[in-house]
Design a protein around this ligand. Structure first.
Ligand code: SOE
Length: 397
């Protein structure tokens, strides 16, 4: 019988629900070295905690996350709170001798991220993870495997966009629009994913941000009672129209160079009208190309330029076939039954369990040091936008 892994989760909003679902399901679909126990949920809103715990099957609940630190039964703590508390909570967890899995981005600022990396280095034997969930969408994991196998050869271009449109004038002043809570807007929220995915799929690192533009289109937003609310802006005071200043970007676009010579473009926006969650990437190489769109997440476009010209063309791989070795899908459904957003998180919960048991996850898991590299690029892009100049990564410590 696998030994129990008692998990505590801090945060009960959107990611709190997604991660609760992952811990609830992971042992049902993966044969793991641990029996994952949903030990404690912690969140500020004490009133909502009891029903949340009952709904998801958390054994205990507390409105003081620090209660978790002194509970020796808890082995892994999941930090799924707004960006400005990632450092305080993750560092306290590491200092309490526990493993930590933190939501992305690592932090709202490079300074916070650096402190988290330092704490991880000091915390001997404690493992750290960051929920860059798109690495475990089977099509993205397959893209990583194909590039690693040399199927597209030398990479010339990475072209990445993350287009959403929920950030219009009617969206209230959520925490995500307040720099002191989020650090940045669409940039740290969405370009963070694109940078991580580009690093993960290409296996390359950034050498320079050549130029960037940062734009806040909507300068003021309606104040609401529950600023911690998520995208839907639940709790908006429809009656009162008091407004507050948005202090983050609605969109950031930047151009970059990768160390092995590729040139890359990135675009993150919450105002791409008509696009709901279009996390799209195209990678063009000497021997072929790949393209992915999360809104068609079970498919991967592959162009094999080594075939005879007359038969070259984009193939659309339906990445749902476990018998063909498509990543993760053998734990799920038969061919072409498809996976959803939540499965990437369940796949990551499984890989975290494997890593905690000293076993190799199916594809590499980002720890705090890895995620710090993504945070450096986020920082460099903002520096480039604000100073209207290129920023070499060697300048960003
Ligand atoms: C909002 O932009 C959001 O929920 C992001 O925070 C997630 O990381 C992304 O996966 C979906 O959109």
């Amino acid at each position: 019988m696998p030994k129990p892994l008692n998990v505590a989760l801090i945060g009960s909003k959107f990611m709190g629900r997604v991660h609760s679902n992952a811990y609830l399901k992971v042992c049902k679909y993966f044969d793991l070295p641990f029996d994952v126990k949903m030990h404690t949920i912690a969140a500020r809103d004490g009133k909502a905690l009891r029903p949340f715990a009952a709904q998801w099957g958390w054994q205990n609940w507390t409105d003081n996350w620090r209660d978790i630190l002194c509970n020796d039964d808890i082995g892994l703590v999941d930090v799924s709170t707004p960006n400005h508390v990632h450092a305080e909570q993750a560092i306290a967890v590491l200092e309490a001798g526990k493993h930590v899995a933190c939501e992305k981005p690592l932090a709202g600022t490079l300074d916070d991220a650096r402190a988290m990396r330092a704490a991880a280095r000091k915390a001997r034997g404690r493992k750290t993870f960051v929920w860059y969930n798109y690495r475990r969408v089977p099509a993205v994991a397959l893209a990583h495997q194909l590039v690693k196998a040399g199927k597209i050869g030398r990479i010339y271009h990475v072209r990445a966009v993350y287009l959403q449109d929920w950030g219009g004038p009617g969206t209230p002043l959520l925490w995500r629009f307040q720099r002191k809570l989020a650090g940045s807007g669409a940039h740290g929220d969405l370009n963070a994913h694109l940078i991580d995915m580009a690093r993960f799929i290409t296996g390359d690192e950034f050498s320079e941000v050549v130029g960037a533009v940062e734009q806040t289109f909507i300068k003021e937003r309606e104040l609401i009672e529950d600023a911690g609310g998520e995208i839907s802006g639940k709790g908006a005071n429809r009656g009162r129209k008091r407004k507050g200043k948005s202090t983050v970007d609605d969109a950031v676009l930047f151009l970059a160079r990768l160390k092995q010579g590729a040139v890359a473009s990135f675009e993150a926006t919450r105002l791409a009208t008509g696009n709901k969650n279009a996390n799209r990437m195209e990678i063009h190489g000497e021997k072929g190309a790949l393209r992915f769109d999360f809104e068609r997440m079970n498919e991967l476009g592959f162009y094999d330029a080594t075939l005879p010209g007359k038969v070259q063309g984009w193939s659309n791989i339906n990445v749902t076939r476990g018998n063909d070795g498509h990543p993760y899908v053998d734990h799920w459904w038969p061919d072409a039954h498809g996976l959803g957003y939540e499965h990437g998180f369940i796949n990551q919960a499984a890989d975290i369990c494997l890593a905690l048991a000293g076993r190799k996850p199916l594809v590499c898991l980002p720890d705090f040091a890895d995620a710090y590299e993504t945070q450096r690029v986020l920082h460099a892009a903002i520096q480039s936008a604000r100073n209207h100049c290129p920023v070499k990564m060697s300048q960003v410590k």
